[in-house]
Design a protein around this ligand. Sequence first.
Ligand SMILES: [Zn+2]
Length: 501
Amino acid sequence: MSTLLNFKMNSFFELRRISTYLIYIFALLLLDACHKAEINENMSSAINELQQHNELILQDSVGLNCGTIASEDFLTQRLGIKTYKLSAITDKIFLVHFHIVRKSDGTGGLTTSQVDQVLSNLQMGMEQASICVAEKGRSFINNSTFYSGSPSTNFNNIVTTNRQSDAINIYLLPTEALSFGRAVDIPSNALVLAGSYVLTPVVAHEFGHCLGLFHTHRGTADDGVGGPAQCPELVNGSNSSTCGDYVTDTPADPYQWQGCVYVGTGTDANGQHYSPLTDNTMSYVSPSCLQSFTPLQIARMHTAIDNNSTLQNAMSRITGPDVICTNGTYSVSNLPSGATVTWTTNGGLNISGSNTANPVTVVNTSGSGGAVIAEITTTCGSSSVTKYVLAGTSIVLGIEEMIDLQDSPSGDRFTVLAGIGNYKYTGVLKIKNLNGVPTTYSWSKVSGSTGAPIIGWSAQGNKVTVYSKGVNRYIKLRCTATTSCGSSFSKDYTFYTGFAP
Ligand SMILES: [Zn+2]
């Protein structure tokens, strides 16, 4: 016990000592490449020492140490989103399923009131993020290997047991287990908690990973799971959308904590001293201090949810047609038990009949579309969930693309410019229904120049091509657009070769 306490007191100095040791090894590497074998031995003993350090932190809970590893940053690498908008924040309701791990004979495991406490900690942690968390269900996994073994070693087997696609899965190991917290990926729909972390706000930290958040020290410090610092965030924030955790209102964090106190004295590449947040849920402060998300961390979570169907499947959401003709049926799926729904609409939509039924009938009144809104009341209070609906009856034709055409101010007369191949003049027009409703297009000739040189045309879908070998020719074509609701509208387009209409 006294050894642990001693380590706790000196852990920061220990880290610095180990860092110095690593620098020394690196210098040796440069000086004498012939002693590689010996150096590797030194390096592995230094790594062992670091690993021991991490395990000690896990055991005495000086600070959080979470094992979550992101396979990639899907928001910036796949979607190119580097700044997060507060406008992305809208009420959301997530369902969670608790998996309580017990011994193979069904004994042990968390009590009902302990699971209730995990839910309560999670609700408190996520409330500020406009995210309500409701319980979908709880069930047991009777497996002594999971119960008594290393949560880290068994992680992949645990998170694939009974995993539900319509909830965030929270796997709960006993409080006597080694302290452990890890989300499957960033983002993902499953996490594991064990040991002293189970009944603490660490559940909100791991949930934050599930909803797309990185550690605040990502890229700036090595947390033992993300590899060495790769893109350190500067104190002045100038690179904070492209380095670190990609969230610009979380200050650079070098991950040097004693409990909840920042004890670092180092500086960034500009020589500025760090001033990290001491209560951020995505940092490695002691579990009891994981208390807040920044506004842009919240915006990043909502952006991740809006772009990830796995997360959306775990939410209460409005299902029904994206396009409404005369009327449509809408319902809230994945509704928490005991929740009530009150429906409203805006734009050109109205509710028909009771506005507290689920499902509900929505009527298209003006052809302009609008929003269907479900006010869902749960144990978290009220959350407004919205679905935007297009009216499939209105058609507004616009231009999607023009090639070798110059249009007139009216948008329906075009000069055909330089041609390709055998034709002196060739132009291509693509049109579209600007209101976004699925639409089909058909074309016919209304009138045009007669005799040689001919002016010809061909059409495919929303695209029409006009061609001629001669100047001063014209052709008028009619496009009839028909929506998926059966409404149609016709418009004429006239093309002139080589001269302005
Ligand atoms: Zn973490």
